[in-house]
Design a protein around this ligand. Structure first.
Ligand code: ZN
Ligand code: FE
Length: 258
């Protein structure tokens, strides 16, 4: 299993630091929105940075890329269909990031919806999915359509149940509050809510999740469940025939949920 540690940044971002299986003094960082906390953690753990992986172009994911890449002379990988503010290796769906000397290998999945060119990195029983899939939630639709985002979430949901899900924000508690509003009778959601509330009370990290867990608690992965569809129909006041319509209603319901 990969050794991954969270680096906290801004109010609720996690910049994930992956330790290289082949050389425990080396690491790769995912979505470094800020260089300073990454530098501190590298120093704290005595690691040298060997590569930077980027999921999408938002500033809280790329803000530290240039400084880190320059200082550590590390290659940067990112989505071919978006702009990363430095020289980088553009990746498309199906590409493989092969960091052979570190014994790290990730397959690239196109997961548009939050942004138009958003990608995820899957490998070693884990997926780094940026702002596409959150625990019990999903990213807002800034550049994509509901059906695009649903397709992207379906791709992630098709990964093996035990896949560890490393998302880029600590939104789990507020997401679960919403999930409980959508499915008040879902015992798995209510149990997760209690568990996560306790974790957040002591400021603990609620990630990684797993794909299997998400399939049980995440309303956005559960658009085809009659309970979720029914809740969306009641909220919208009309019949919703397609899963993408259910998704669209749930997504806009969540946008206004407090
Ligand atoms: Zn984002
Ligand atoms: Fe973000």
């Amino acid at each position: 299993m990969l050794e991954v540690s969270p680096v906290r940044a801004f109010s609720d971002n996690y910049l994930w630091l992956i330790r290289a299986p082949a050389d425990r003094s080396c690491a790769v960082v995912v979505d470094p929105g800020d260089a300073a906390p990454v530098e501190r953690e590298l120093e704290h753990q005595g690691l040298s940075l060997r590569a930077v992986l980027v999921t999408h172009h938002h500033p809280d994911h790329v803000g530290g890329v240039q400084a880190l890449a320059a200082r550590h002379d590390a290659p940067v990988y990112g989505p071919a269909r978006e702009r990363v503010p430095c020289e980088y290796e553009p990746l498309e769906d199906g590409d493989v990031v092969d960091l052979a000397d570190l014994a790290l290998e990730f397959r690239v999945l196109d997961v548009p919806g939050h942004t138009a060119g958003h990608i995820a990195y899957a490998g070693h029983g884990a997926v780094f999915c940026g702002d596409t899939l959150f625990s019990a939630g999903c990213g807002r639709l800034f550049e994509g359509t509901p059906s695009q985002m649903l397709d992207s979430l379906d791709r992630l949901a098709a990964l093996p149940d035990e896949t560890l899900v490393y998302c880029a924000h600590e939104y789990t508690l507020s997401n679960l509050r919403f999930a409980a509003a959508v499915e008040p009778g879902n015992g798995v959601v209510l149990e997760a809510l209690e568990e996560v509330r306790a974790l957040r009370e002591r400021d603990a990290v609620t990630l990684p999740s797993t794909i299997g867990r998400e399939r049980g608690i995440n309303p956005f992965l559960r658009c085809r469940e009659p309970t979720v569809r029914g809740a969306a129909e009641r909220h919208a006041g009309r019949t919703l025939d397609r899963p993408a319509d259910v998704f669209a209603v749930i997504r806009s319901w969540k946008d206004g949920f407090r």
